[in-house]
Design a protein around this ligand. Structure first.
Ligand SMILES: [Zn+2]
Length: 70
C-alpha cells in the first residue's frame, strides 16, 4: 500500500489544536514549516514510545511511518 492510498481526515481537539486521523489513529501537529504547506504529524501516543509519523504537503500525505506500537 503506498502512502497515496492512505485516507486521512482532520479534526480539532478539545484544546483547539489540529488532529489528523489515519487508519483510526490520531496524530497531533508537531511542527508546521514556515510556509505552512509542509506539516509533520506525530502519533498522540508518541509519549508512550510510538514512533508513527506522517508528513503532509497541501494536506496530502507524502511520507509516512504508520507502524504503531499499540
Ligand atoms: Zn501510534
Amino acid at each position: 500500500m503506498s502512502v497515496m492510498d492512505l485516507v486521512v481526515s482532520y479534526e480539532v481537539s478539545n484544546r483547539g489544536t489540529p488532529v489528523l486521523i489515519c487508519n483510526g489513529y490520531k496524530f497531533g501537529l508537531r511542527k508546521a514549516e514556515s510556509n505552512d504547506v509542509k506539516k509533520r504529524w506525530v502519533c498522540t501516543r508518541m509519549s508512550k514510545g510510538c514512533r508513527a509519523v506522517l508528513l503532509t504537503v497541501y494536506d496530502a500525505v507524502v511520507r509516512s511511518n504508520t507502524e504503531h506500537n499499540h
